[in-house]
Design a protein around this ligand. Sequence first.
Ligand SMILES: [Ca+2]
Ligand SMILES: [Ca+2]
Ligand SMILES: [Ca+2]
Ligand SMILES: [Ca+2]
Length: 353
Amino acid sequence: MRLYMILLALPLLALERPGVEFKVYQFPAGRIPRIDGDTSDWAGVPDSYRIGIDQLKDTVKGRGTKYDKNDLDVNVKVGWVKGLNRLYFLYEAYDDFWDFEQANRHNDIFEVVVDGDLSGGPLIANMHPNAAVLKDNAFFDFHGVHAQNYHIFTPAPDRDWVFVWGCQPWIKELPWSNAAYEYNFKHGESGKLTLEFWITPFDYAPFDGPERAVESKLQENKIIGLSWSVLDYDGPADGDYKGFWNLSHKTTMYGDASDLVAFRLMPLEAEFRKPISARWSYRILDMSRRAVAFQDESAGATSWRWDFGDGKNSTQRHPIHIYEKGGEFVVRLFVEGPGGKAQWSKVRDVVIR
Ligand SMILES: [Ca+2]
Ligand SMILES: [Ca+2]
Ligand SMILES: [Ca+2]
Ligand SMILES: [Ca+2]
């Protein structure tokens, strides 16, 4: 038992900044952000979800946590929607010198790395412990496949919004991602930039397109590995970046998923939760026996009553029901709890032959 618990804890311990957990805001289905650079659909996201530059550390250029908001200031909020495997971002930044004149990696960059299932470990080829083996197919089977790195150009007026550091550039297009910017400055000027986007994290993102891909399944209270860094280029054209401000506090977060940080996919905030609600799903266990497993997914319930649509009932929370003959059944669940009563039915979803 003890060993089992230690193993369960390992993925989190394997992340950087142990004990730190950031939150991903759950948007209600009726308030999914529109990707247009207008921040108004983020106005209701509480400040406790905002991750500012005070959480970042320059681990390359030696400034540590000594940020200067006159040089760079960033605030990030991350959101998700139950039922969609997408991570929404609002990136708001002030920079004293927006550097985006060259069509290469010399550009102000918001770099996001995501590992949706905490697989951990190296994710880009040059971080592989034995990179010499990554020849031919092996390279394409590995590079960016189990966790993804997005070098997002801020801004990118005349080219793709992002360089995917991997071998699956298809993930930067719809229906896998989308982005919009809002800014009013020219190269070399100061000002504020807003970037609104979403990405789809993949447990498996092969080089040859989406057909064999496996999206990371996003579920309430799931922990994902996520981090970002801001590469602040402030000119000159041949210069290196001035700061590498990263949330993980470990430079290698860019290529090693074990150096990401824990983010929790949060439940809805209280303002969108009902004191009681009824929901359920079902699974056919054995069609030849007409055996169906019903799963309660209600909130705030302390008692349950199922009407299986064939004249039979149950007061179990997660009943298994055997239908005596086939049909298309209307199943209803009635629940009660301290917050009152609720019910939920599905009309002819349960089809038995
Ligand atoms: Ca918007
Ligand atoms: Ca700057
Ligand atoms: Ca993964
Ligand atoms: Ca800059």
